[in-house]
Design a protein around this ligand. Structure first.
Ligand code: HEC
Length: 148
């Protein structure tokens, strides 16, 4: 039994590693999942930044760091060809004007990084200001590239 298991393992491990080629529907699911996880964390940040929830510096910093890390994963989420294949609100302009789109994605990533950095400090007003700027980068992209 053990020998057979080892043989199978060796076979699996020695198989030539091909680059994964996800289907459009998988890419769409991937990006929508990323946005939902981003939204999950942003929801807590909104509550704290607006004063509806008590300020918790450690939690704010932790969630800001998550958003910054997740924003980088969007680099793989808008592969050409993933404009259809499943229900998606991504507009075709993403792929017909890729430079402008990439610029807005970079703005979000840079701003999320700035937010994560400031959130590690103890200046609450500065953290709130960076958070406001980050939310504007969401809107700047949604206005043009996300269908209502
Ligand atoms: C560079 C462009 C861009 C940026 C920046 C961006 N979004 Fe999006 N977002 C999109 C697009 C495009 C979709 C539609 C994706 C789809 O349906 O395939 C989307 C979808 C979403 C969804 C819906 C996901 C679902 O299907 O359930 C949420 C929630 C969301 N974004 C939140 C955010 C938040 C919060 C931010 C900022 C913190 C943000 N987005 C920043 C482009 C962007």
């Amino acid at each position: 039994m053990l020998r057979r298991l080892l043989a199978v393992l060796m076979l699996v491990c020695s198989a030539p590693s091909a680059a994964p080629t996800p289907q459009p529907a998988e890419i769409i699911a991937y990006r929508q999942s990323l946005f939902r996880v981003i939204r999950w964390n942003v929801g807590y940040l909104v509550e704290m930044a607006s004063g509806r929830a008590e300020w918790n510096a450690a939690d704010f910093a932790r969630r800001a760091a998550r958003v910054a890390a997740l924003s980088r994963q969007l680099d793989e989420a808008f592969v050409p060809g993933s404009d259809s294949g499943a229900l998606t609100d991504a507009k075709p302009e993403i792929w017909t004007d890729p430079e402008d789109f990439a610029g807005r994605l970079r703005d979000f990533q840079a701003q999320a990084r700035a937010l994560a950095r400031v959130a590690r400090g103890d200046d609450i007003d500065a953290a709130k200001a960076e958070f406001g700027k980050t939310m504007r980068t969401c809107k700047a992209c949604h206005d043009r590239y996300r269908a209502e």
